[in-house]
Ligand binder design. Structure first.
Ligand code: ADP
Ligand code: MG
Length: 252
């Protein structure tokens, strides 16, 4: 990986929460980078510090030690588990929300947001309210809202886990193809091994809290990368799944 195509550089990152019960060491010492255009997943057991990591990268939390460096203008889009669309705004007003907050250039932002709504099949629903749409379409609208402010880096925190299994597979496929088509760099945290393997170029496995890196896998399929659903059918899929399963080492 050459210097100039690094989008995110995480160096010796650590975070310890100070709480009433004392200190909680969430992240101990994390270093990795994400290349421009790459789709990287971070996986680890529940409570290991995944959301904490994304919050630090998004600039919402300050690390106790270490640093984050973002290339370019450092613009970030953040997608959470719940679609967090405002129910009283139409789909189009929701999608324009970021542009309204970001000062200036609303006209240009409107044109871009409208083109995204058209490209991704939401134009005819633009005047509907979120409550009138399916869970999958709401999640797509949430992604388009995130993309409308043209972030260089997308952060996804368990973005599909509120959906039922069937919908989740379809929505992951949908969101993945939009992210690829728009050429975005993405970092996703999940506790779902199949989801991580089927969507990612690289999977970073974290240990339980305090999180350090347990292993990193380059996900390669001899037949090439197709859709996440198709990746699940590839012969290499099971091997990656089993290795990561062993690494995560869940004790029940
Ligand atoms: P994950 O997303 O991997 O499930 P989190 O990053 O949300 O994990 O949390 C990591 C650990 O830090 C957990 O043990 C959690 O209880 C703790 N934690 C998270 N937020 C806070 C906070 N604001 N204050 C104290 N402890 C926290
Ligand atoms: Mg979390």
């Amino acid at each position: 990986m050459s210097e100039q195509n690094i989008m995110v550089q995480v160096s010796n990152l650590a975070l310890t929460y100070q709480s009433a019960e004392g200190e909680i060491e969430a992240i101990r010492d994390l270093s990795f980078s994400v290349a421009d255009g790459e789709f990287v997943s971070v996986i680890g057991p529940s409570g290991c510090g995944k959301s904490t990591l994304l919050s630090i990268i998004a600039g919402l939390l300050s690390p106790t030690a270490g640093e984050i460096r973002l290339a370019g203008d450092g613009s970030i889009g953040y997608m959470l588990q719940k679609d967090s669309l405002f129910p009283w705004r139409t789909i189009r007003r929701n999608v324009l929300l970021g542009a309204e907050i970001k000062s200036g250039g609303l006209r240009a932002a409107e044109e871009y947001a409208d083109s995204l709504l058209k490209t991704y099949g939401l134009w005819e629903f633009r005047d509907c309210f979120p409550g009138q749409l399916s869970g999958g379409m709401r999640q797509r609208a949430a992604l388009i809202r995130t993309l409308a402010v043209r972030p260089q880096l997308l952060l996804l925190d368990e973005a599909f886990s509120a959906l039922d299994y069937q919908t989740r597979l379809a929505v992951a496929d949908d969101i993945y193809s939009i992210i690829r088509r728009e050429g975005k760099t993405a970092m996703m945290v999940t506790h779902d091994i199949s989801e991580a393997v089927s969507l990612s170029d690289r999977v970073i496995v974290l240990t339980k809290r305090p999180a350090v890196i347990k292993s990193i896998y380059d996900i390669r399929f001899a037949a090439g990368r197709k859709s996440p659903l198709q990746c699940r059918e590839e012969p290499e899929f099971r091997g990656y799944f089993n290795q990561i399963w062993r690494d995560i080492d869940v004790h029940v």
